[in-house]
Write a protein that binds this ligand. Structure first.
Ligand SMILES: Nc1ncnc2c1ncn2[C@@H]1O[C@H](COP(=O)(O)O)[C@@H](O)[C@H]1OP(=O)(O)O
Ligand SMILES: [Mg+2]
Ligand SMILES: [Mg+2]
Ligand SMILES: [Mg+2]
Length: 367
């Protein structure tokens, strides 16, 4: 009994022990993502269509995206003031008269979150020094705008997608709060909160709200939002590639679904792809719900954003998979705010990644 308790304790604390060189970063990132996921879920439950705006690039952004970025950036800046933050959002649109109502809601939800218990379940609460005192609109806008950094080939930078899959969020589908630490152009820590993803995909009755954590060299784990215990996760073993399943974006404009179908056929895969929004796709394959994630560009010249792939890349690597671009090149996260040195993404179990990549090359050559 004591031995079992000891093993459980080691499993629960493995990412915060002396063997994890990013122990404090891991604990703070978990606290940040948990609180941001809770507030995103609260907005999700109360969301009305007027709670979102369309950005210059025609993509939507909601009260949830801004509030989550404001909170995560506040915690990261307090504990790691010298690390830059590459966050998706900025407060420019919130400063207009038309968006005053939206901005007020962000202030309301962010202050509510400061006062709530979420993200404070660890032995040491990293939210304590932030306090519960209500902050002003200007302070929250400043926190959002701290996400204006650029990643570089050297140094440490956070990459934050406060809500990835905003279109999924608005459709009441999957979305994710994604945070990664990038060290010298490579993601080394990834924490992803998926409020709508059950802890067990096969069991509809299992609790929703799954947090994924991975640290380079330390493994990949999942836990439910309301239970601190981390459980190791792995890719599913693949017998025959023909039995593999793959996932892709719901949005046809975000990845090339027809080329994916051609790749599946080249590999002898007959199962229909699972369509899912956000980096929940990386999470799903990492725990064996699927095997392959393909994201081939629809528009020539689209540069993937680092916050759309950083946390998922560490997770896949630690769960027994490989992530490359569609040419087989490692993703380079040290080039600013985008993956400008790469095109497309191919993520799969390491045993089949080379074969999948060959099918990708063939399908692209046949186009
Ligand atoms: N043309 C595009 N190609 C690939 N990804 C895109 C494109 N336009 C937007 N995205 C991004 O796809 C991500 C969602 O992916 P998915 O559909 O797989 O859930 C979002 O972060 C979104 O970025 P943005 O936040 O700028 O809208
Ligand atoms: Mg995104
Ligand atoms: Mg986003
Ligand atoms: Mg967006």
């Amino acid at each position: 009994m004591l031995a079992r308790l000891g093993a459980l304790r080691r499993q629960m604390t493995s990412l915060t022990s002396a063997t994890n060189p990013y122990a404090k970063e891991t604990a703070v990132a978990i606290s940040a993502v948990l609180k941001a996921s809770l507030v995103a879920d609260r907005v999700f439950q109360k969301l009305v269509s007027t709670d979102s705006v369309t950005k210059d690039d025609k993509s939507p952004v909601t009260v949830g995206d801004y509030t989550a970025q404001a909170l995560v950036s506040t915690l990261l800046h307090h504990h790691f003031p010298s690390y830059g933050i590459v966050g998706e959002e900025d407060s420019k649109d919130l400063k207009t008269v038309q968006q005053k109502v939206l901005s007020d809601k962000i202030v309301h939800f962010a202050n509510w979150a400061l006062d709530s218990q979420a993200g404070t379940d660890q032995d040491h609460s990293y939210w304590s020094p932030i306090g519960k005192e209500q902050r002003t609109e200007t302070e929250w806008h400043e926190a959002i705008d701290r996400g204006n950094a650029e990643s570089a080939a050297t140094g440490r930078t956070w990459a934050l997608d406060p809500i990835d899959g905003t279109k999924g969020f608005l459709r009441k589908g999957q979305y994710a709060v994604c945070l990664a630490l990038i060290q010298d152009g490579e993601p080394v820590l990834g924490v992803t909160g998926c409020p709508n993803l059950p802890i067990d995909f096969e069991d509809n009755t299992s609790s929703k709200g799954t947090l994924f954590v991975a640290v380079k060299g330390q493994g990949a784990y999942q836990r439910s939002f309301d239970n601190e215990q981390l459980t190791p996760i792995h890719f599913a073993p693949i017998g025959s590639l023909a039995d593999a399943s793959f996932c892709e974006s719901v949005e046809a404009g975000h990845s090339d679904q027809s080329t994916n179908a051609r790749i599946a056929s080249l590999l002898g895969i007959t199962k229909q792809p699972t369509r899912m929004d956000s980096q929940a796709k990386y999470c799903s394959i990492s725990r064996g719900d699927g095997d392959i994630y393909l994201r081939l560009p629809v528009k020539a010249g689209y540069q993937e954003k680092i916050w759309d792939h950083a946390s998922g890349t560490v997770l896949v690597g630690e769960a027994g998979g490989i992530v490359t671009d569609m040419h087989g090149k490692k993703l380079d996260f040290g080039q600013g705010r985008t993956l400008k040195a790469n095109q497309g993404v191919v993520a799969a179990n390491k045993d089949v990644h080379a074969k999948v990549l060959r099918a990708v090359q063939q399908a692209l050559a046949d186009k």
